[in-house]
Design a protein around this ligand. Structure first.
Ligand code: AMP
Ligand code: MG
Length: 400
C-alpha cells in the first residue's frame, strides 16, 4: 500500500501552478500575488488636510492661544478641488479633510478651534508648523515596493492596490476543476426517488470544497456507470480545464466505471492504488491527455476526507498559498479510539479549542455523512497507532 504522504506528493505533481494572470481586483480576492506590487504614485498623493478647518501660516496664528486672531477667508477648498490658489500672508483658506493644502499654508487649524466663519474666521488656537497636514508619500513613496510576490490578496490589499491606482493585480490563477460523480443509482436532489435510487451528493459537495479551497468549478457532471457516457464527458472537458476530480467507480466490484474506462491494470493513463488510510483507501491518479485526473472513492465521507487529504493542499499549493494545509492542532481525547493497524486513520471529531479537548464524532464507517457535516476537525491517527485511551494527546486538522 502507498503511504498518504507519497500519494499527496503524486497528486500535487499532477496539478502544477498556472501562469500568472492580471485579474480585476474583485477577481483577485484571496489569491496570491505573483509579482511584487509597486507604487506608481505616492500615498498620500499630495499634501492634504487631516482635518476640516482652515489652512493658515502657522506664524499668523502663533499668538491665538492668548488672543484670538481674525483672518479673512480667501478661498474655500473642498476635497476634490483641483485648482488650488496659493495662500497669501494674513489670510486663511477654509479647507476640508483630504483637500490639497495650498502653497504657502504651513498648518491647519481644526474648525473646532474657530468660529467656523465663511468670510472671516476667528481663530482661537495656535497651530504648529505642519500640524494636521498629511504629507505626500508619508505612507508610500512613489516607486516603493509595497508588497512582495507571495502575499495573499486580502481586502486591505485590494484597497491598497486601488489607492495606488491599480485596477488589476498579477496573481496565481485559480485552478479550474471539473467535478464528475459516477453512479447509475444517483439522481439529482429535488426530483423523486425510484426504489434503489439515492440522491447525488458528492458532486455538489466536492464542487463546494473546491471553491472553498479557492479554486474554480467551471463544470459539474453526474454520469451513470456507463463507460461511454463517462468517456464522453472526459473528452468534452479534458484540455479545457486544469484538473478532473471523479467520485465512485474505483472499488473492487463489477460496474466500476472509472476503473473500467481507464483499464483496471492502470495501462491507460490512470493508476489505481491503495493508500494506507481509512477512510479513502482506493484512489486513482493520472492524466487524460495533459489534464490531471484524481479519482476518489464514492462513499461520501471517503470522498470528502480524500479531498481534504489530497486535493485541498494540492489546489492551494498550486495557487501559491504559503500554508496549503489545514491548521494542525493537538488536543486531549475525551473518548477512546481504535484504529486499524497499518493505516493512517482520519476520524471525524469535535474540537473544543478553549478546553483543548476533542471527542470522536460518529462511527468510523464512511457513509455517515451527517457526522462529517457536523464535525469541526479530523483526528489524524498515525498508521502505527491502534488504540488511544481517553486522555491521550491526539493530532487533529482544524476544519473550522
Ligand atoms: P462506489 O465507490 O461507486 O462503489 O460507491 C460507494 C458508495 O457510495 C455507494 O453506496 C454509492 O451509492 C455511494 N455513492 C457513490 N457516489 C455517490 C454520490 N455521488 N453521491 C452519493 N452517494 C454516492
Ligand atoms: Mg458507484
Amino acid at each position: 500500500m502507498r503511504s498518504v504522504e507519497e500519494h499527496q506528493r503524486i497528486v500535487a505533481e499532477h496539478l502544477p501552478a498556472g501562469e500568472p494572470v492580471a485579474l480585476a481586483l474583485a477577481d483577485a480576492e484571496n489569491l496570491v500575488l505573483a509579482a511584487d506590487l509597486v507604487a506608481e504614485v505616492a500615498l498620500p498623493v499630495f499634501d492634504n488636510s487631516a482635518m476640516d478647518g482652515y489652512a493658515v501660516r502657522a506664524a499668523d496664528v502663533a499668538g491665538a492661544d492668548d488672543t484670538p486672531v481674525t483672518l479673512p477667508v480667501a478661498e474655500d477648498i473642498p476635497a476634490g478641488r483641483t485648482d488650488i490658489p496659493a495662500l497669501a500672508p494674513h489670510t486663511a483658506h477654509r479647507i476640508m479633510t483630504g483637500a490639497p493644502v495650498p502653497a504657502g499654508a504651513t498648518a491647519i487649524v481644526p474648525v473646532e478651534r474657530t468660529d467656523g466663519g465663511v468670510d472671516t474666521v476667528k481663530i482661537r488656537a495656535a497651530s504648529a508648523e505642519g500640524r494636521h497636514i498629511r504629507r505626500a508619500g508619508e505612507d508610500v513613496p512613489a516607486g516603493a515596493t509595497v508588497l512582495r510576490a507571495g502575499h495573499r490578496v486580502t481586502p486591505a490589499v485590494v484597497g491598497l492596490a486601488a489607492a495606488l491606482g491599480h485596477d488589476r493585480l498579477t496573481v496565481w490563477p485559480r485552478p479550474r476543476v471539473l467535478v464528475i460523480s459516477t453512479g447509475t443509482e444517483l439522481v439529482a436532489p429535488g426530483t423523486p426517488l425510484q426504489p434503489g435510487q439515492i440522491y447525488e451528493s458528492n458532486a455538489v459537495m466536492l464542487a463546494a470544497a473546491v471553491r472553498d479551497a479557492g479554486a474554480a468549478v467551471p463544470a459539474v457532471a453526474t454520469v451513470s456507470d456507463d463507460v461511454e457516457e463517462f468517456a464522453a464527458v472526459l473528452d468534452r472537458y479534458a484540455g479545457h480545464i486544469d484538473l478532473i476530480v471523479t467520485s465512485g467507480g474505483v472499488s473492487a466490484g463489477a460496474y466500476e466505471v472509472v476503473k473500467d474506462a481507464f483499464g483496471r491494470d492502470g495501462g491507460q493513463g490512470v493508476q489505481f492504488v491503495k493508500v494506507a488510510m481509512q477512510p479513502g483507501m482506493p484512489q486513482g491518479i493520472g492524466r487524460v491527455g495533459r489534464t490531471g485526473i484524481v479519482t476518489l472513492p464514492g462513499n461520501p465521507v471517503s470522498a470528502m476526507v480524500s479531498f481534504e487529504v489530497f486535493l485541498r493542499p494540492a489546489l492551494r499549493a498550486a495557487m501559491g498559498l504559503a500554508r496549503p494545509h489545514r491548521p494542525r492542532r493537538e488536543a486531549i481525547l475525551t473518548d477512546a479510539v481504535r484504529s486499524p493497524p497499518g493505516k493512517r486513520q482520519f476520524r471525524r471529531g469535535v474540537f473544543d479549542a478553549d478546553a483543548g479537548t476533542v471527542v470522536t464524532w460518529g462511527p468510523p464507517a464512511s457513509h455517515h455523512l451527517r457526522y462529517m457535516a457536523s464535525a469541526n476537525c479530523l483526528l489524524d491517527i498515525p498508521a502505527d497507532v491502534t488504540d488511544l485511551a481517553a486522555g491521550a494527546a491526539v493530532r487533529l486538522w482544524d476544519l473550522s
